[in-house]
Design a protein around this ligand. Structure first.
Ligand code: PBG
Length: 320
């Protein structure tokens, strides 16, 4: 037998470029951003800031100019504005609605403006739904998600992204949007969302007041098959895009979902994935840029069409 020599195709940069299977495109990256009454740093996410409503305009312009796929907005209300039901989540003048309106006003249709549709930043207990006898009540929560999605659509959001992992949330939101004439607003469903420790820095970013944990609604990290089931349900309910979250530690789930999905598949490289690379790089323990590029490339290789990453703008500047 003639000896096989795969190294032939790795010999020069030109050869490696020729045979590279995937490349990350700026247009598939989505930048998550935090909108708050006051701007500020997030100590566990060096390089990521909270922006005021005015600041969001500039970020949205940067995102459009860089050719990113879009921007995903998260609202950070003042602590005094939180209540048991999270009513600021659907208030017309709630922080998130003002952020969406500012972004849309700044960039129009030049980039895709998305909004996180979940109550946790707005509830005093920090859960993603209404508490009934100390438990997050699925069906009592759905109308609030519909109200929130409608408020986001009225503010101009192009995409709403339900992330609360309530059963039936996609179907309820689709019906609510269509009933109000928002047939063009798309739903990016956080289909397979795991109860992950890697959301830690995000909870600092949004001043989370979570009591307990989210294990009765977010998925058990041990369950691969269940990720597929969640995605299938969201597809059946009418999701326009489905997401797997976190990304890097769930590439098996991502590959499973990508294999069956007939709509675009997104993956969310979450705050902890960001913080770990930044922290190790600060200590000089890894090469920061290579680690960032490798981590996002791996997510695309596993099957993501769209990647939410806090490095979106920076990566786009390298890829230019
Ligand atoms: C829920 C939501 C969370 C994240 C995105 N949407 C927090 C949670 O479920 O606890 C985490 C994102 C990240 O860690 O970067 N609104």
């Amino acid at each position: 037998m003639i000896p096989m020599r795969p190294r032939r195709l790795r010999r020069t940069p030109a050869m490696r470029r020729l045979v590279r299977e995937v490349a990350v495109r700026p247009s598939q990256l989505v930048l998550p951003v935090f909108v708050a009454e006051d701007e500020g740093d997030i100590s566990s996410m060096p390089g990521v800031r909270r922006h005021t409503v005015d600041g969001i305009r500039r970020v949205a312009e940067d995102v459009a100019r860089a050719g990113l796929g879009g921007i995903m907005l998260f609202g950070v209300p003042d602590p005094a504005d939180k209540d048991d039901e999270g009513t600021q989540a659907w208030a017309e003048d709630g922080i998130l609605q003002r952020g969406i309106a500012a972004a849309v006003d700044a960039v129009g249709d030049d980039t895709v403006v998305m909004a996180d549709t979940c109550l946790d930043e707005f509830t005093s207990h920090g859960h993603c739904g209404f508490l009934v006898d100390g438990e997050v009540d699925n069906d009592a929560t759905l109308p609030a998600y519909v109200s929130m999605a409608l408020a986001q659509a009225r503010a101009g959001a192009h995409v709403v992204a339900p992330s609360g992992m309530m059963d039936g949330q996609v179907e309820a939101i689709r019906a609510g949007l269509d009933g109000d004439g928002f047939t063009d607003v798309a739903i990016l469903a956080y289909a397979a969302k795991y109860a992950s420790s890697f959301y830690g820095p995000f909870r600092e970013a949004v001043d989370s007041t979570l009591q307990g944990d989210r294990r009765t609604y977010q998925q058990d990290p041990a369950n691969r098959r269940e990720g597929l089931r969640e995605a299938e349900l969201d597809l059946a309910e009418g999701a326009d895009m489905v997401m797997v979250k976190p990304a890097g530690y769930y590439l098996d789930v991502l590959a499973d979902v990508a294999a069956i999905s007939d709509v675009p598949v997104a993956a969310y490289q979450v705050s902890g994935e960001y913080a770990m690379i930044e922290a190790a790089a600060q200590r000089g323990w890894i090469d920061r840029e290579r680690a960032i590029e490798e981590s996002v490339t791996a997510i695309v290789r596993a099957g993501a069409d769209i990647v939410l990453t806090y490095w979106g703008l920076e990566m786009a500047s390298w890829l230019k």
